[in-house]
Design a protein around this ligand. Structure first.
Ligand SMILES: [Zn+2]
Length: 180
């Protein structure tokens, strides 16, 4: 992938990008989710064209988009699933293992939070759903919240390393350029 493509993926960030680098199924769900955004703050050290840059996912293609129109200095590119999968396949084993650990922690946390029920009934009104925690104790809720933010920070630390952007990892950067 080109550096521009990698910057946009880093800007998108979050568990869907982590999940995409974990497996082709993750890439497929990223492409199918029709996830779009008008932007938000670009990551540290990002090129200026990422200011005010959002994205859209349509027809298995990720494209950058700008609310006020494309800036003159912005590159023209899209990202296809095959490029993400090729890039993921070439990642070093240690980074792959950490991506999987991060994704799995995120999945476990989402499952836990989904089990929390606040229906307020003495006998849980959603008892037909398995494994309800009704209601969760304040300690359970706090632990799940803390775990959620730990994973968000983990993703934010991990993705620049995976993408070889904005981090001091010259050795890795060479490897990534070779794979572009
Ligand atoms: Zn309930």
């Amino acid at each position: 992938m080109t550096e521009d493509q990698r910057w946009l993926l880093l800007h998108m960030g979050g568990w869907q990008i982590v999940s995409a680098f974990c497996s082709p199924e993750g890439t497929k769900s990223l492409m199918n989710c029709r996830w779009g955004s008008t932007g938000g703050n670009p990551p540290p050290e990002a090129p200026t064209w990422l200011e005010g840059c959002g994205w859209e996912t349509e027809a298995s293609t990720i494209s950058p988009r700008w609310l006020g129109g494309k800036p003159a200095d912005a590159p023209t590119f899209t990202i296809k699933p095959a490029a993400i999968n090729r890039f993921a396949a070439e990642l070093p084993d240690g980074i792959k293992a950490e991506l999987l650990a991060c994704r799995n922690a995120g999945t476990a946390n989402a499952v836990m939070r989904y089990r929390f029920c606040r229906c307020g009934s003495k006998k849980c009104g959603y008892g037909y759903l398995k494994d309800r925690i009704c209601p969760p104790t304040p300690e359970q809720e706090q632990a799940a919240d803390e775990e959620y933010w730990r994973i968000v920070e983990w993703q934010d630390r991990l993705l620049p390393v995976v993408l070889g952007l904005g981090v001091d990892a010259p050795g890795q950067l060479q490897l990534f350029e070779a794979n572009a």
